[in-house]
Design a protein around this ligand. Sequence first.
Ligand SMILES: *Cc1c(COP(=O)(O)O)cnc(C)c1O
Length: 362
Amino acid sequence: MKRVYNFGAGPAMLPLPVLEKARDEFLDWNGLGMSVIEVSHRSAEFEALLTETDTLLRELAGLPDNFDILYVHGSAQMQFAAIPLNLMPLKSAHKAAFIESGHWTVLARKEAARYGKAVTVASSEASNFNHIPDYDVSTLDADTSYVHITSNNTLFGTRWNEFPDTGDIPLVADMTSELMSRVIDYNKFGLVFAGLQKNLGPSGMAAVMIRKDLIGHAMPQTPNLLNYDTYAKNHSMPNTINTFAVYMMNLVLKWLKDQGGVPAIEKINAQKAQLIYDAIDATDFYRGAAQKAHRSHMNITFTLADSGLDKAFLSEAEARGLYALKGHRVVGGMRASIYNAMPLAGCQALVDFMQDFERRHG
Ligand SMILES: *Cc1c(COP(=O)(O)O)cnc(C)c1O
């Protein structure tokens, strides 16, 4: 067996001990003589797994008691519809504000526009989203139902370092590419959501952490399975939940706890990112794509000064087991996604390769 370092943006690398455990107990989970994907979601064993997952997530995130955790279908992008359907009615204007820091915020705004007023209040599009736009939240219209941001911009490699205080207007954050990678003060938010496939497990499901008082306001035409109230009242099981995703997330969270939790992984993530950014900044051969002050610790975007070498870079990297480094086409160049599961050794292997590649081609 040969495992590569997978720098892909998502679905992404998962911790090896998690995959090994899933493999080892795949045919017989919990001594039940069947796989976890064969067990009823209504069984006592599965209910216990779900409850344990709630507890782990709440404890590791440091989630305040006035938040509910919901596991919802359709992963992150389904929330681009669910959020306006559930939250726009908080104010009669049915208006949401978007601080556009990248591709995913733009998509979320376009989807929200189907249900009410979706207003771009700031954008860094003019500089190809290479930074988080400045915005004074005190200038928000008082009749705004919520403010939508993307905390880490997966394509462009930027992140919000500090989050704005939006006062009475709930702040909604898409944290798909960084949930549980750094300490977050959830009191600043009304709703945080993430598709699992980057930092938490397999694709197809999202975790939504929502302030309880924001549940129960959905538009009447909201599909039942997009209504947060439906999930809150049924322990996220109004219908068959993605049992395998819950199981995998449970294992990932236990692994995270073994690493020392979010504060510990945050330190390692900073170290990993610094290693690669230092290698980029040490030479003119490579160029960081994002403004330094807003650099992501999860997705590191860079270009080669000579883009004619891109193909050689990618094929030589792959030959060394450094997989999926090709950047998104809107940025070009390279992207190293280094989520929680990417070990420091993987980042070091990338840096060693980058330096070696420059020596041979520079
Ligand atoms: C990957 C990603 C998404 C899309 O997730 P899906 O699960 O494919 O819907 C949305 N937002 C962000 C920030 C992402 O990184």
